[in-house]
Design a protein around this ligand. Structure first.
Ligand code: N01
Length: 502
């Protein structure tokens, strides 16, 4: 037994939290998952070509190494299998409540506990527009309230699709869908397809879609910097080494981690490698796009790393195909026949919106109310922020995984999640002994100042729009420091930074 813990979301973060609770012998936790299974983003994103551009051995838990990865970079199905196996191996399933969406959490000051309200029943997924999708008739609206000592949010930053507001979208005669809500019932073979957006998701789905479609129009608003992805299958010999040689996986993992930290991070912080990474991207573009007109369209005019760098080796060759057009004219409206840009209508049978996520609406649409009736989304009206990306003043015993300012542009988010889980596990004995703990406003202020100072050096501030920034232009999503620094800062909670109930 231990404190009762509500975990929201069964992706990498929620599963990691549950595993560490299990390992510590705390079985008084419930993991709420709005979808039909575990996996989070890797359950939602099933578009063709979906995969990870961080190497397999780094994009997995350090305590749960897997010697049988089939490729250097894992595909969506393989990551999902890995997460499902983790859920089984650590016996988490009996604690997971699927198709159960947390609607609100209210801190009851008299009890010193969170009142967590859920809606269960049929799968209640969050629609692009932010409304909860309606029940499909199986009674989603079975609402329930339970008390917990601790709430851990593990909802991620990229779980709510962003659909653009383009005039006429609902008038389109054919099927249309978002990349993260792929409609597998639509056969693209021999059809005219339009893809809107050219971020990481688009870069992955465009090559297989181009293979199937008769013609593909790619609507690009801003070109991305693209560097090669040196993907390859692991041969039997490599897998055997990982399997049988003690420490081989650990050494390999450490090597790729250090490469990302040593070479990619400085490029984002205006350091020595900026020119090297930029040259690598330009060489990649030149090698893969022989046509100078297309190359000009695809050449970014903002500093590399300002938007998330796309890591892919199949994207450019797909754009260079004769049956693929890159359209840079501004989209005016969607018509029943297709997409109208400033130079005319391009007919389409299917439209795919690879237009990203509502990344700065952290924890939305969950209503979270802390002490003195303070609402989290009011506290965050100028942008989400949290001490270490984990805790917020006036919200006792509420912790976040992959919260504000903890995304990375250069390394594995699983590393950050493990740091956060370790930190929260370190908080549990304190809050058991001294009652609900809440970060002091002074600690939050000092944290904010240090973030602002570190952010000054980062390329994300440069002249580009990205999902890292909120509407006011503040970077709310990314961690501006190195990952070793974050590791140090989250090694253990500092009791002086918190106020305790007793
Ligand atoms: O989304 P995005 P994503 N009209 O926001 C365009 C992670 N990820 O789903 O740049 C026209 O990057 C928009 O244009 P612009 C990764 O961290 C990881 O691709 O705003 N276009 C842009 O081109 C990634 O960064 C993996 O001008 C419009 C695109 O849509 C993050 O997810 C794989 C528009 C959106 O790009 C998000 O990637 C996939 C409009 N109205 C994703 N609105 C891994 O491998 C938007 N766009 C780990």
């Amino acid at each position: 037994m231990g404190p009762t813990v509500a975990i929201i979301g069964a992706g990498f973060g929620g599963l990691c939290m549950a595993i560490q609770l299990e390992r510590a012998g705390v079985d008084s936790y419930t993991l709420f998952e709005k979808g039909g299974d575990v996996g989070g983003t890797w359950r939602d994103n099933t578009y063709p070509g979906a995969g990870c551009d961080i190497p397999s051995h780094l994009y997995s838990f350090s305590f749960e190494r897997y010697s049988s990865w089939t490729r250097r970079y894992p595909g969506q199905r393989e990551i999902l299998d890995y997460l499902e196996r983790c859920a089984d191996k650590y016996g988490l399933r009996s604690h997971i409540r699927l198709r159960t969406e947390v609607v609100s959490a209210v801190f009851d000051e008299a009890l010193g506990k969170w009142r967590v309200r859920t809606a269960g029943g049929a799968e209640a997924r969050t629609a692009g527009g932010g409304e909860r999708e309606k029940s499909d008739g199986h009674g989603r609206d079975e609402e329930r309230e339970e008390l917990f000592d601790v709430v851990v949010s593990a909802v991620g930053q990229l779980n709510r699709p962003h659909l653009p507001e383009i005039a006429g979208m609902s008038s389109f005669a054919g099927p249309s869908f978002h990349s993260a809500r792929w409609d597998h019932s639509v056969d693209l073979t021999g059809r005219r397809v339009a893809v809107i957006g050219t971020g990481s998701s688009a870069a992955q789905l465009i090559p297989p879609v181009a293979e199937e479609a008769a013609h593909l129009d790619v609507f690009q608003r801003t070109p991305n910097w693209v560097i090669p992805k040196p993907d390859a299958a692991f041969g039997r010999a490599a897998r055997a080494v990982f399997h049988h040689l003690p420490f081989s996986q650990r050494i390999y993992r450490e090597w790729i981690y250090r490469y990302a930290e040593g070479a990619l991070y400085p490029a984002l912080a205006g350091g020595w490698s900026t020119a090297v990474v930029r040259k690598r991207a330009l060489d990649h573009l030149r090698a893969q796009i022989p046509d100078p007109v297309l190359r000009a369209k695809l050449t970014p005019d903002y500093p590399i790393g300002c938007k998330r760098i796309v890591i892919d080796s199949k994207f450019y060759p797909a754009l260079a195909r004769p049956d693929v057009d890159v359209v840079t004219e501004k989209i005016v409206r969607i018509t029943p026949e297709g997409v109208e840009a400033t130079d005319g209508v391009r007919e389409a049978d299917v439209i795919i919106y690879a237009t990203g996520f509502r990344s700065t609406d952290f924890l939305a649409p969950i209503e979270i109310t802390g002490r003195q009736g303070r609402r989290l989304h009011d506290e965050w009206k100028d942008g989400a922020e949290a001490y270490l990306g984990i805790a917020v003043p006036h919200f006792p015993n509420l912790f976040m995984l992959y919260g504000p300012n903890t995304n990375l542009g250069h390394n594995s988010i699983v590393f950050m999640i493990e740091c956060q889980v370790r930190y929260i596990m370190g908080c549990l004995p304190h809050l058991v002994e001294r009652g609900p703990m809440e970060v002091r406003p002074e600690a939050m202020d000092a944290w904010r100042r240090s973030l602002e100072r570190a952010m000054d050096h980062m390329v994300w501030q440069a002249g580009c729009a990205s999902w890292y920034k909120n509407a006011a232009g503040r970077v709310t999503n990314n961690w501006p420091g190195s990952t070793p620094l974050y590791h140090r800062l989250t090694r253990a909670p500092r009791p002086a930074a918190f106020r305790f109930a007793r």
